[in-house]
Design a protein around this ligand. Structure first.
Ligand code: 5AD
Length: 485
């Protein structure tokens, strides 16, 4: 029985893809290797969104080729996912030890190709073609729970708690927004959505297997169903409704995404729903309103803003203004005052002036995100921004990155500290990543809470009293509540 080790770079979609590939391989008789040093097959599931993500995967593969391959010449090495898609055969030209390059529409072919490579019937395989219907091929789950190190990845090794409490479900692939900085439309292709019944069936099965929280994933979930099921789009949308079935043609004026949320919400036994990532441009009032109406939709939103300057937002082709963005934030906070809000911000986009950057600082002060992911602009090949005038020197980007991070962290720490003394509801996920002797759960607003508990708490929704906050973690005490009766 050959064994496989998958290392994942990048976003939650990539984690989900790795899990689906691992599940597929296990179903075909492969074992999951506890480490790469003993694996017969080593796969790197890659990220292309910034240059350093690509470089880490390439460096890793160079290491594997130099060391692992030398010791064990029969080991099979492969690149999967976004960088495999955008670079294709070029990866084998550069790293001749690589046997497999599998693009983002071909994850479901992994077992077949690995069988051929292991049997020696084929030598090198590159498959980065488009495939109709590939968005519906990522549905298998491992559900092995967290390993002892707290990783939730494909190689769960170690002691496995019987229950996996949270799961990711991919609802769509691709993006048609073409933000000028972003490589995703080229690595993930055009928007393609799975049908509501298909997604609901997957969610139901997960719940039947013990999952209590589902995160719906897509590169731009606010565009869910827009192309396939355009009869549902509030403003008509484009396309001709191809692929829609009767259930999806309900003429409610609600977006297809909100209809999906409602359908998933109806699943009995499911406790919580999250989703990521929405785009401000498609963030309609029906989605804001869903937060007031659907109790399982927890009070948390990750809404990437990218910049606080209207001039830069326009150059980025984001399709909204700062005012429209802060308007959505205002509505969300009116709908759910305790909502946890996070964002993504890019500093150093081409042509960004000090005044533009100060607009981003002022937006961060105005909105007070619970946390923000701050990225240094990284030119991506074939994207319009890479050819724009005004590319900024590294020092300016570094300096702005440091200034924004300082502000973001100060605000975030204040927000976390404000939880001290409060009673919050958590869903207990498993052993704490920081200290496996303790447990960790998440608040509805998506903050990690570490506390003392036992295996019987895993999967439970419970109230804890927050004692203190540090380093983006809350520390809680359920015992205090028990004492109070
Ligand atoms: N450079 C820097 N950050 C980028 N992101 C996407 N493309 C780039 C790029 N070329 C960031 C955006 C996005 C997040 C996932 O990655 O902030 O929301």
């Amino acid at each position: 029985m050959p064994s496989v080790f998958i290392k994942t770079y990048g976003c939650q979609m990539n984690e989900r893809d790795s899990e689906a590939v691992a599940a597929q391989l296990v179903a075909k008789g492969y074992a999951l290797a506890p480490s790469e040093s003993v694996a017969d097959v080593i796969l790197l599931n890659t990220c292309s969104v910034r240059d350093n993500a690509e470089q880490s995967a390439i460096n890793k593969m160079e290491n594997l080729a130099g060391q692992t391959r030398r010791r064990r010449p029969e080991v099979v090495l492969g690149f999967l996912g976004c960088m495999a898609q955008s670079r294709g055969r070029e990866l084998i030209d550069r790293l001749p030890d690589v046997d497999l390059v599998l693009g983002t529409q071909k994850f479901h072919r992994a077992a077949e190709y690995l069988d051929e490579l292991l049997a020696g019937t084929r030598d090198k395989i590159v498959d980065v073609a488009e495939e109709a219907g590939s968005e519906a091929t990522i549905k298998e789950h491992l559900l092995h729970g967290r390993n002892a190190n707290g990783a939730n990845g494909a190689n769960g090794g170690g002691h496995r708690p019987p229950l996996q409490v949270t799961a990711f479900v991919s609802i769509m692939q691709g993006c048609n927004q073409y933000c000028t900085f972003c490589i995703v439309p080229y690595t993930r292709g055009a928007e393609r959505s799975r049908t509501i019944p298909d997604i609901v069936a997957e969610c139901r099965e997960l719940v039947a297997r013990g999952v209590r929280e589902i995160t719906l994933l897509g590169q731009i979930v606010t565009s869910y169903g827009r192309r396939n099921f355009s009869s549902l789009a509030p403003n008509g949308g484009e396309g001709r409704g191809e692929g829609a079935d009767a259930q999806q043609r309900v003429p409610t004026g609600k977006s297809a995404f909100v209809q999906l949320l409602e359908a998933v919400h109806d699943i009995e036994g499911l406790e919580r729903i999250r989703f990521t990532s929405p785009h401000p441009k498609g963030y309609g009032d029906d989605l804001v309103e869903a937060y007031t109406r659907l109790p399982k939709l927890v009070e948390s939103a990750h809404l990437p803003v990218q910049s606080g300057s209207d001039r830069i937002l326009k150059l980025m082709h984001r399709g909204y203004t700062r005012e429209r963005f802060t308007g959505i934030i205002g509505k969300l906070r009116r709908a759910q005052p305790g909502i946890g809000l996070t964002t993504d911000i890019i500093v150093g986009f081409p042509g960004e002036t000090e005044a533009d950057f100060e607009d981003t600082l002022s937006l961060a002060r105005e909105v007070e995100f619970d946390n923000s992911y701050v990225f240094k602009y990284s030119p991506r090949r074939d994207t319009p921004a890479a050819a724009m005038p005004g590319q900024l020197p590294e020092e300016i980007i570094e300096e702005r990155h440091a200034r924004l991070l300082e502000l973001i962290n100060a605000i975030a720490l204040r927000k976390y500290a404000a939880y001290a003394g409060r009673r919050v509801q958590i869903l207990v996920e498993g052993p704490s990543r920081k200290n496996p002797a303790r447990l960790e759960g998440r608040t509805r607003s998506n903050k990690i809470v570490v506390f003392d508990g036992g295996a019987r708490h895993i999967g439970q929704v419970m109230d804890v009293r927050i004692e203190r906050a540090s380093n983006f973690t809350l520390y809680g005490d359920p015992a205090i509540l028990n004492d109070e009766g």
